[in-house]
Design a protein around this ligand. Structure first.
Ligand SMILES: [Zn+2]
Length: 418
């Protein structure tokens, strides 16, 4: 078989195009696959202006090239002077679209598909180094695919939504990320964490074939802004405060107790040195060193130890088999924490008292965990997913890069999207 014919088959050009030559260009060490149209092309073309099927060849546009997959470790490109056709009906002249063209100018579909595979596995910068393309160009391609695929997503089956705030940089710059808890996919990410992000979400629902009234459950943390946003924009939704967020708030309260105790008392400070992570984990997650550290503490009357026991007890309340039993256990927990806090003159349990108040105030939403049978595991994993996204978008800090990468990695988009 002659090499040109082989390349023709590899490119899946069909009978409207043919490979007329394959050249090796010495200075750049690259392979140039030269393609031209065959007379059959005109039979399959319709006018892009009036859609008439009667089109004839007119002339050729200047030659262009498209980066293609490497051939035996040599960079390759497709080169073609695209034919221009003229409509017999409306007389307009137009350039024929190259069937191998990707979403980015100057890249072939096969090259884009391969680049996207690399970008799924590694930071964009690294993919650029491997491919010998600027990461700027790869990003542009990613945006083109993500935007097109995301715009066509249907959200018509979305009924269970979760939302969480993601920290873009330490301390500030928040994104609110909305997820479909049933299909386990990211739906939308927007800047900010106030009530107005819910307006944005409701509007996007409409654009994606969904409806704000169709949302029956929403899992969120206990932030007043989110609660307000849900009530104002998703009228039929039951609010569920998910376990992960409830427990995290109590974990933060334990941490506050630890800091205050170390500050107030020199002896406690010594005992509490290097225990920050111990209190953040469950005992079954401790390293050997942390377990030994715990043994050294046992028997010492630390308020932090009591606060930690309170947190574990709250987690145990989640093992209650029914909502009624859970209600009783949460109520008992709140009473216990508040009594202990009142009896402790030092005031060190104040953060725990506040946490108990918060649980009391939001009890119905917390108990919805039992009523709705809603699994929020995807929401819990969102933080680590977002960290991975940030790593992949390394060097590109503006939110549009991070949002595009989040959709690419977790949006279940149809990509490559041609
Ligand atoms: Zn026409």
């Amino acid at each position: 078989m002659i090499p040109e014919k082989l390349f023709q088959q590899l490119l899946v050009l069909g009978d409207a195009w043919r490979v007329k030559a394959v050249d090796y260009v010495e200075p750049q060490r690259k392979v140039v696959i030269r393609v031209e149209e065959t007379p059959q092309l005109w039979a399959s073309q319709t006018c892009p202006h009036c859609e008439a099927a009667s089109v004839a060849g007119y002339d050729r546009a200047p030659e262009r090239s498209w980066r293609h997959l490497n051939v035996c470790q040599l960079e390759s490109e497709i080169a073609c002077a695209l034919p221009r056709g003229q409509c017999r009906k409306c007389r307009q002249v137009f350039t024929v679209r190259a069937p191998w063209e990707g979403r980015s100018r100057g890249l072939s579909q096969e090259f884009e598909a391969f680049a996207l595979i690399l970008m799924r596995e590694m930071p964009v910068k690294k993919a650029g180094e491997i491919l010998g393309e600027t990461d700027h160009k790869l990003w542009r391609m990613l945006f083109a695919h993500v935007d097109a695929a995301w715009a066509e997503l249907s959200w018509e089956d979305v009924v269970w939504v979760g939302a969480d705030e993601m920290n873009r940089r330490k301390g500030h710059n928040y994104l609110t990320v909305f997820v479909d808890l049933e299909a386990k996919r990211v739906l939308l990410a927007v800047e900010g964490k106030d009530a107005t992000v819910w307006e944005r979400f409701a509007a996007e629902l409409g654009r994606h074939n969904g409806h704000p009234k169709a949302i029956t459950q929403v899992a969120i943390d206990m932030s007043p802004a989110y609660i307000k946003g849900v009530k104002e924009n998703l009228g039929n939704a039951t609010i569920v405060f998910d376990k992960f967020h409830v427990v995290s708030q109590v974990v933060e309260a334990v941490e506050a107790v630890r800091r205050n105790e170390a500050r107030q008392d020199a002896q406690a400070r010594e005992q509490l040195a290097k225990t920050c992570w111990l209190w953040r984990k469950n005992p079954e997650g401790w390293t050997d060193r942390e377990a030994r550290r715990w043994e050294q503490l046992e028997g010492k009357p630390l308020v932090t130890g009591l606060a930690y026991a309170m947190r574990l007890e709250l987690q145990r309340a989640y093992t209650a088999p029914t909502a009624a039993q859970a209600r009783r256990r949460f109520q008992e927990w709140c009473q216990w924490v508040q009594t202990e806090a009142r009896d402790l003159a030092s005031g060190l349990l104040e953060p725990m008292r506040k946490a108990a108040q918060m649980v009391e105030r939001h009890l119905e939403g917390i108990l919805a965990h039992w009523k709705q049978g809603l699994t929020t595991a995807f929401l819990e994993g969102l933080n680590s997913l977002f960290s991975a996204t940030k790593r992949k978008a390394r060097g590109y800090r503006s939110s549009e890069y991070q949002i595009a990468m989040l959709y690419f990695v977790a949006g279940k988009l149809e990509i490559p999207h041609y």
